[in-house]
Design a protein around this ligand. Structure first.
Ligand code: PAF
Length: 284
């Protein structure tokens, strides 16, 4: 079935109103396109939980802190629509900038505290851009549930907080990270990796797994961190933005977790920034 594409807010509102009037629930999967199996797993989760499913495709200029990054971001709308055919989603909402940020737009949604660390510390303004666009997408689609990948764990936390703080009546559902066979977390940015870099990219996840295994045996993270970063550098990662264990609830730094925690990493490989996070055993 060809995927219906909606381009304007007016058409989107009309469809959403019709579905809600019929007593149907709406699920939204916000994306920036270049869809991979990680996105498709979110679509499958939305299909299983909701009567109607909208996939949004919008490369949000407000969340990029470098113009070159925005310019290079992969845009594959036709292929994306084809990939969605087997899911029979009810609409792809692919607006242009004027539907999201009309002339004179001057509102910023900022979630404080939890955005000072990890990606927030390395990409100034990024999470304001995410929170602002996601607020718009939630209110424009009037969805009942929204589906986000745990690969962007901090983003998931920020969006959950924002929806709660702004009383947006939507349930934000986190879904597990989907990986390539060699462990690399699926990401649209993987398309930007050269063949050579692609060979080295899974090392990020491998090193993370090695660290959490040692932590499970009782070693403190502080005894493992420096060597793990050095191993990434040996594998060709030029800069490690962060390699840290933090609590799931408040993203607080931890050494021997006594509460649910994750190991978070972001590192550059041949000009591409890769991020990942995995569960850390509670040992304390
Ligand atoms: O995760 C993404 O692809 C983006 O940050 C999102 C949530 C679609 C907002 O632009």
């Amino acid at each position: 079935m060809t995927t219906p594409i909606i381009r304007t807010l007016a058409d989107l509102r009309q469809a959403a109103r019709r579905w809600h009037m019929a007593g149907e629930t709406i699920g939204v999967v916000p994306t920036m396109g270049a869809l991979h199996d990680g996105h498709l797993s979110l679509v499958a989760a939305a299909k299983a939980a909701c009567d109607r499913v909208i996939v949004t495709i919008f490369v949000n200029p407000k969340q990029f802190n470098q113009t070159s990054d925005l310019d290079n971001y992969p845009r594959t709308e036709e292929e994306d629509a084809r990939k969605l055919e087997r899911f029979a989603v009810d609409a792809v909402y692919a607006p242009d900038v004027s539907q999201i940020y009309p002339l004179g737009f001057c509102t910023n949604v900022s979630v404080t505290g939890m955005t000072d660390v990890l990606c927030g510390a390395h990409r100034p303004g990024h999470f304001d851009g995410v929170a602002t666009v996601v607020t718009k997408l939630f209110t424009q689609t009037a969805a009942d549930k929204a589906f986000f990948g745990e690969k962007d764990f901090q983003q998931l936390m920020v969006v959950q907080r924002m929806a709660r703080d702004l009383d947006i009546p939507i349930e934000v559902v986190g879904c597990p990270t989907i990986r390539e066979e060699d462990g690399l977390a699926m990401s649209s940015r993987n398309l930007l990796l050269s063949d050579r870099a692609r060979v080295h990219a899974p090392r990020l996840n491998e090193v993370m797994e090695e660290v959490t295994e040692k932590m499970a045996q009782g070693t403190a993270f502080s005894a493992l961190q420096a060597e793990a970063v050095a191993r990434l550098e040996t594998a060709g990662f030029t800069e490690v933005d962060y390699f840290e264990v933090r609590s799931c609830a408040a993203l607080q730094l931890l050494d021997r977790p006594t509460e649910p925690a994750r190991l978070f990493a972001a590192a550059w490989l041949a000009g591409v920034r890769l991020i990942d996070n995995i569960d850390v055993p509670v040992t304390g």
